[in-house]
Structure formats: C-alpha cells, structure tokens
Design a protein around this ligand. Structure first.
Ligand code: B1M
Length: 211
C-alpha cells in the first residue's frame, strides 16, 4: 500500500520508478500534494543528508536519491500552482571564474532544492558580475560559491568585493565551499559561512536565514 513511509524509503533507496508510482498512488488516493512533498519526498532527503554526512551513504547514492525525489516533485508540481511550492529561501549557486568543476556544486544544489530552497543554478566559470546580477535581478537571499582549485578559490573574494562596491553586501548572505576551502579562508575573504559538504551547506543556509 502506498504511504508516506514507503515513499521516504524509496527516496532513500534512490528508486525513481517506485517514487513516481507511489507519488501517483498517494495523489490518486486524495492526499494533500504539499504533505506528499513534505512528509514523503523532502522527509526522505532529510534522512539522506545526515547519512551522507556520517559516511553511511556516498555521492552516487545521494545523487540517485536526489533524482528520485525530483521525479516525485515533477509529478506533484503538475497539481500545484508554482506559488504553492514550499520555499524556505532563494539561493543562487555557481562555480567561480576559471573553474569547471561542478559535481559537488550540483550535489549541493540538488540537496538544497530537495529540502525546499528555490535554487538558481548559475553554472560554472562564472565571473563576479554573474553572481551580482543574480542578486540584483532575481532577489536571492544567499549567494553560494564553489571552487575546487587553489587558484580559482581566490576569485570568491571578487564577488564579495563587487557586492560591496554595488552596495548590495547587506542584502545577501554569502557562503563558500569546495575541497580547498576552509572556515579560515571564508573568514579571511569576508564570507558569511563555509560548509564542508552538501548536508552542512543546508544547515548553514537554514541558520543564516534564521530557520
Ligand atoms: Co580536477 N582537480 N582538474 N577535474 N578534479 C581536482 C580538484 C584536484 C584536487 C585533482 C588532483 O590533482 N589531486 C586538482 C586541484 C589541485 C588544486 O588546485 N589544489 C584538480 C586539477 C589540477 C584539475 C585541472 C587543472 C587538471 C588539468 O587540466 N591539468 C583541471 C582544471 C579545469 C578547470 O576547472 N579549469 C581539472 C579538470 C577536471 C575534470 C574536468 C576532468 C573533472 C571535473 C568534471 C566536473 O566537475 N564536471 C575533474 C575532477 C572530477 C576532479 C576530482 C577528481 C574530483 C572532484 C569531484 O567532483 N569530487 C578532484 C580530485 C578530488 O577531489 N578527489 C579534482 C566529488 C565532489 C562530490 O566533491 O567537489 O569536493 P567536491 O564537493 C563536495 C564538497 O567540497 C562540498 O560539497 C560537495 C559534496 O560533499 N562543496 C560545497 C562543493 N562545493 C560547495 C559549495 C558550498 C558548500 C559545499 O557552498 C557554496
């Protein structure tokens, strides 16, 4: 029988076909679409996050869970007006100028989306201007920058400096992450926080927005 517990388990198992099937069955049985998202799909990813953090789950499994959750969301979206989609904050995420690494950044983006953030994934190789443009035009609350190279991590400060120059620094929180990044580096460049992994990035964003 389709219930929220089996939906959560199917998300954790990364079984997109089963997630689609159970989501449809829950909708057909008259369950509230938002409850399906919150108590089934997002709740499933909320189990995945800590397991990934503690080393019980690995990157490919987390990606499969996030994709499975996304498959369920796609089905529920059809019956939900966009305005009704739960959002706990809006984040613009991208990899800095000169850097093409995006596996970790995409994982962070997917996991943020899965717990209810609206995520604008700006891509890779992004100049400071592109992050600032997102702040100006898309009203984001958090700018999230990723870098995997010791050379490109230095570009993160360019975005923070440009935000200051344009008088926008107080309007947004800035978080940084990626293999060479540390809390110390984050403090040095004046970011609001550093997260070592995707699950911590979610906790950090929630804390910064007072969730
Ligand atoms: Co590159 N590469 N690479 N590479 N590559 C590294 C990073 C490197 C450490 C390998 C090595 O030498 N041992 C090294 C960097 C050395 C340094 O700077 N100290 C390196 C190098 C040198 C290079 C090139 C220069 C190689 C060359 O051409 N000579 C070149 C640079 C290209 C460029 O960017 N301009 C290059 C190219 C590539 C590929 C294109 C082949 C490929 C990238 C494919 C892609 O991303 N689409 C690649 C890969 C795959 C790697 C390794 C092997 C794996 C990176 C990865 O995806 N990890 C990497 C070695 C390694 O890390 N073992 C390496 C898995 C991913 C889930 O982890 O990205 O760390 P990660 O993300 C984590 C956390 O860091 C955190 O959460 C994620 C999930 O837990 N996180 C955030 C990430 N972003 C975050 C943002 C946040 C918060 C948390 O908030 C904003």
């Amino acid at each position: 029988m389709a219930d929220y517990e089996s939906l959560r388990t199917e998300v954790v198992n990364g079984n997109a076909a089963k997630v689609r099937e159970t989501t449809k069955a829950l909708l057909d049985a008259g369950n509230n679409p938002l409850s399906i998202i919150n108590e089934g799909l997002i709740a499933g990813m909320n189990i995945v996050g800590p397991r990934f953090k503690s080393g019980e789950m690995f990157v490919p499994e987390v990606l499969m869970s996030a994709q499975a959750m996304g498959a369920g969301i796609e089905i529920v979206k059809v019956v939900l007006a966009d305005a009704d989609m739960p959002s706990i904050g809006k984040v613009a995420i991208g990899t800095v100028k000169g850097d093409l690494h995006d596996i970790g950044k995409n994982l962070v983006a997917m996991m943020m989306e899965s717990v209810g953030f609206k995520v604008i994934n700006l891509g890779i190789d992004l100049p400071a201007e592109r992050f600032v443009q997102a702040v100006k035009e898309q009203d984001v609350q958090i700018v999230a920058m990723s870098a995997l190279l010791t050379t490109t991590m230095l570009r993160m400060k360019d975005t923070i400096d440009l935000l200051k120059e344009e008088g926008l620094r107080d309007r947004v929180k800035v978080i940084v992450g990626g293999a060479p990044i540390s809390q110390r580096f984050s403090d040095e460049i004046g970011a609001d926080g550093f997260a070592p992994d995707a699950a911590s990035a979610i906790d950090l964003c929630k804390a910064l927005l007072g969730e």
